[in-house]
Design a protein around this ligand. Structure first.
Ligand code: PGA
Length: 278
């Protein structure tokens, strides 16, 4: 664990594989739920969180008689006129999470959607962000990262760090990546726009859990947390976050950090008392 110049506590953790890493990440959210009365869980999209959600759901099955409340707030979503709810990959996680944590006495979940009027949706979502931030006794945000450009949510290189909810045109690289992940490689099926929370909305979190696995993320993980803070690398904004930052990696995604910064950067997961840190 190291204390950055600002008030950030940074914890880099490296696991032998993504399964163990995902389990640890899920535990952070589970412990946050058990610790805080009104937990705001900022959910992320992409492939990285899938296993984390699976473990989280499994852990939540063990919650008995908790009075604590939980709100999920999704970071972003495609704008895809005409698509039905279930056809969007981002909805399926949300629905699964909502349906699975039924033991939570009062559960809310918010997803930015759009269809007819994206600009009106920006306004609606800003209001939701304000209201849920006010409601929460603790806000914890899960994040993935764009392999090459370090985007977080749909905040792309060049986007200001003080941005809030906005509509974005997806760049070709993101369209191609999403085509491969969700649309069988067919770029024509990928929506060309999205609605996203801004970097400023992300930085409001008390704790941020950044997860990224595999070789393709090794370089950007190093640039984001040990490189210059610049809008060219959106995730580098996280260096300016005042709060708790967990960076959860596997051997591959940690490889450039390990090589350039040394093994001592990584904390031993067994030494981490999540309850105390949150
Ligand atoms: P991934 O996407 O989790 O599917 O790698 C992360 C992102 O592009 O934000």
């Amino acid at each position: 664990m190291n204390q950055a110049a600002n008030n950030q506590t940074r914890i880099f953790l490296k696991f032998p594989n993504r399964d163990e890493a995902s389990k640890f990440a899920a535990e952070i959210f589970y412990i946050a739920y058990t610790k805080f009365e009104n937990l705001l869980f900022g959910t992320a999209t992409g492939q990285t969180p899938v296993k984390i959600y699976e473990y989280f759901i499994e852990m939540m099955e063990t919650v008995a008689g908790s009075e604590n409340d939980l709100t999920f707030r999704q970071l972003d979503n495609y704008i895809s006129p005409g698509a039905k709810k279930g056809e969007l990959p981002f909805y399926s996680y949300q629905t699964e999470l909502e349906n699975s944590v039924w033991k939570v006495p009062h559960l809310d979940a918010y997803v930015p959607y759009e269809w007819m009027n994206p600009e009106a949706e920006v306004g609606r979502y800003k209001t939701i962000i304000e209201a849920t931030n006010k409601w929460a006794s603790y806000f914890i945000q899960l994040l993935g990262i764009g392999d090459k450009d370090g985007h977080i949510a749909f905040n792309m290189p060049g986007d200001a760090f003080d941005s809030t909810v906005h509509v974005v045109d997806l760049n070709q690289e993101t369209i191609e990546a999403n085509a491969n992940k969700f649309f069988g490689g067919d770029t024509t099926k990928v929506p060309k726009k999205a609605i996203t929370s801004g970097i400023a909305d992300i930085l409001e979190a008390n704790a941020i859990v950044m997860a990224g696995f595999g070789k393709a993320k090794a370089d950007i993980m190093h640039r984001s947390f040990f490189g210059e803070v610049t809008t060219d690398v959106p995730a580098s904004a996280l260096q300016t976050h005042d709060g708790i930052l967990f960076v959860i990696l596997d051997e591959e995604s940690a490889s450039v950090i390990a090589e350039k910064e040394g093994e001592s950067v990584f904390a031993n997961p067994e030494d981490i008392d999540i309850w105390e840190i949150l």
